[in-house]
Design a protein around this ligand. Structure first.
Ligand code: OAD
Length: 237
């Protein structure tokens, strides 16, 4: 492509797998250890809040012991160097609730499925940075009500700021999907949306994703190897 300016990158659990964070759909992955209906739906939370708060408390504590891997670090470098070029834009749309993109130094990150290190108050609806546990029902930092929940988008809820994502896709020259199985919509549909808008598409994944056939190009392998190589290629343009 001769005139590459605007890049949208979608990331999923596969990019954090080599940092030691479990993916969802692998053998032994999170959704084999827990039922989605129990821990990732508003109905599950209403039924057994302790189970749900405990599940996310554990994940929140675990993620703070993990570190960005070469794939996060390469994307942060791309973000920094690409966004510094005049009229060049980059947006990392992540389905991940960890903060490894940010800790690697990426600035343009949108968490469409929310964040483990954030609390959402069901009384005042404010979102607050949160690193500790919620199981003991701590007060909301804003309104003081003991009504915090994980600031994570559950099945049946609307991902954050879809208009921002579609706006970026409409202006994109390249859409890149990294480490996602393509099993969960609306993110799984971005590749088709991008193609319909004439955007070039690339997949970097360990294995072919469910939507693999829609991508103009698929490169298969571990993110820690594929992503730094691809970033070097882009920055050499
Ligand atoms: P999945 O667990 O569904 O898919 C992870 C993908 O990453 C798979 O296609 C793996 O082959 C690939 N993968 C694994 N290790 C990799 C590596 N080292 N390098 C590159 N790729 C690797 O996770 P997601 O697609 O992120 O949503 O799941 C999407 C959503 O489903 C999540 O955000 C979550 C979940 O339910 C909610 O909780 C709302």
């Amino acid at each position: 492509m001769s005139d590459l300016r605007n890049i949208v990158i979608l990331t999923g659990a596969g990019i954090s797998a080599e940092s030691g964070i479990d993916t969802f759909r692998a053998d032994g992955g999170l959704w084999e250890q827990h039922r989605i209906e129990d821990v990732a739906t508003p109905e599950g939370f209403a039924r057994d809040p302790d189970l749900v708060l405990g599940f996310y408390d554990q994940r929140r504590a675990a993620v703070q012991t993990k570190h960005p891997n070469p794939a996060h670090i390469a994307l942060a470098r791309l973000d920094r160097e690409w966004s510094a070029r005049p009229n060049h834009n980059l947006l990392i749309v992540t389905q991940n609730v960890d903060d490894l993109h940010e800790r690697a130094g990426a600035a343009h990150v949108h968490h469409m499925h929310g964040e483990l290190l954030s609390a959402l108050c069901t009384s005042c609806e404010m979102r607050s940075p949160w690193t500790g546990a919620m199981i003991e029902r701590p007060p909301c930092p804003m309104c003081k009500a003991p009504t915090l929940r994980p600031d994570v988008v559950w099945f049946g809820e609307m991902p954050y700021q879809m208009d921002r994502i579609y706006g970026a896709l409409r202006n994109a020259d390249l859409f890149v999907s990294i480490g996602t199985s393509g099993a969960v919509y609306p993110a799984a549909g971005f590749v088709r949306d991008a193609r319909e808008m004439g955007v070039e598409t690339l997949e970097l994944n360990l294995e072919r994703s469910e939507g693999s056939a829609w991508f103009g190009e698929s490169r298969l392998g571990p993110a820690s190897e594929l992503v730094p190589t691809w970033v070097d290629e882009v920055l050499a343009r």
